[in-house]
Design a protein around this ligand. Structure first.
Ligand SMILES: *Cc1c(COP(=O)(O)O)cnc(C)c1O
Length: 356
């Protein structure tokens, strides 16, 4: 830390992304990327013609991209905000929709970036314990005196909230923004986007990183009432108007126009998820019911940490969290069938040697 670093940020504890090792080729099941490539239409965007256009600044309004997203979601351009990954949107939402020094409510087991954004913006993080089965008690979020943030499906658990429950949370928070983070919604949960016309306090956040196979492109979007979107635009034009590069804008449009391709890939991932879960249950694992592209699992024969490190030695990366409450678990991203076979083979090898 330099002697110049602002007092304000000295105690920040930054987010730690899942490892992206370059030392060998791993079966990578640790950061919820898609095992499938982007659609052929997206690949076609990366033409020399379009690369030449990098000479110019991108459209700061991302108008064509917003229109493509709006069309796919049945909303207007004014209801769509686009950003450099949905992390960027979460950052702005925490900044925009909380009182200075106010509170932000979210589950104790959820996306690790929420507490970081709360700290960054000087907000008090109110972490509400999820139940023992990792589901959320919605009444805990009624009449919060600050923003409410819920990932649906939740990460790292994969648990979902029903639309009726989201509606109740919205009804009981008329004066707070409720942010529903739908990073994994395409793998089986019901989206809250249909409620955005009815609730001016609802912001839905989405990403191209998981179901649309574009984690490297960095593209996310938010949907909501046009006044909420306008606030996010104000912050964007006060920080980084050219927040999405021109190639990513084109890729984002092409991906929105490849609905069928992505629907098929999501279905494949869901089928692989169910198959993998069943295989693990056969081997005595506890598998939390998941509607995401990962499963949250524990074995009573191998500790969470040993499973993580044993798999790593065998070239398979999964995500282990140090948090006491979930230290027995690992989060395993769903890859291709072949990748999950390798994963299961390694698990079998370890179970054979396990004495616990
Ligand atoms: C992956 C993830 C994000 C971040 O997505 P990016 O668009 O890649 O920044 C946001 N929320 C949750 C819950 C995630 O798992």
């Amino acid at each position: 830390m330099s002697r110049f670093f602002s007092e304000k940020f000295k105690s920040l504890d930054p987010y730690v992304p899942g490892e992206q090792p370059r030392d060998m080729k791993y079966v990578k099941l640790n950061t919820n990327e898609s095992p499938y490539p982007p659609s052929p239409e997206v690949l076609a965007c990366m033409s020399p013609e379009n690369v030449k256009k990098l000479r110019l600044y991108p459209d700061p309004e991302s108008a064509a991209l917003k229109d493509a997203i709006g069309k796919a979601e049945g909303l207007g351009r004014e209801n769509v905000y686009v950003a450099n990954g949905s992390d960027d949107i979460l950052n702005f939402a925490f900044m925009a929709f909380s009182k200075p020094g106010g509170k932000v409510y979210f589950p104790d087991l959820t996306y690790g970036f929420y507490p970081v954004f709360a700290a960054l913006h000087g907000l008090e993080a109110v972490e509400i314990p999820v139940k023992d089965d990792f589901s959320i008690n919605i009444e805990d979020y009624f009449v919060a005196d600050g923003m409410v943030v819920i990932a649906n499906p939740n990460a790292p658990t994969g648990r979902i909230l029903q639309l009726d429950d989201i509606r109740k949370i919205l009804d009981n928070n008329r004066d707070n923004v409720v942010l529903i983070d739908e990073a994994y919604v395409d793998f089986g949960a019901e989206s809250a986007v249909c409620l955005t016309g009815e609730y001016d306090n609802l912001l839905v956040c989405r990403t191209y990183s998981k179901s649309r196979s574009m984690a490297g492109a960095r593209l996310g979007y938010a949907l909501g009432d046009k006044s909420l979107i306008a606030d996010l635009e104000t912050l964007k034009f006060s920080t980084n108007p050219y927040n999405i590069n021109s190639l990513t804008q084109l890729a984002g449009i092409a991906a929105m126009e490849s609905e069928e391709y992505y629907r098929d890939r999501c279905r494949a991932i869901q089928a692989t998820r169910e198959k993998t879960a069943a295989e693990l249950i056969k081997r005595g694992f506890t598998v939390v019911p998941s509607m995401a592209n990962f499963i949250f699992v524990k074995s009573d024969r191998i500790s969470g940490e040993d499973l993580y490190s044993g798999l790593r030695e065998r070239g398979v990366l999964v995500r282990h969290f140090d948090k006491e409450r979930i230290k027995d678990y690992n989060r395993v991203t769903i890859g291709t069938d072949e990748e999950m076979d390798i994963f299961l083979c390694c698990v079998d090898e370890m179970l054979k040697g396990a004495s616990k």
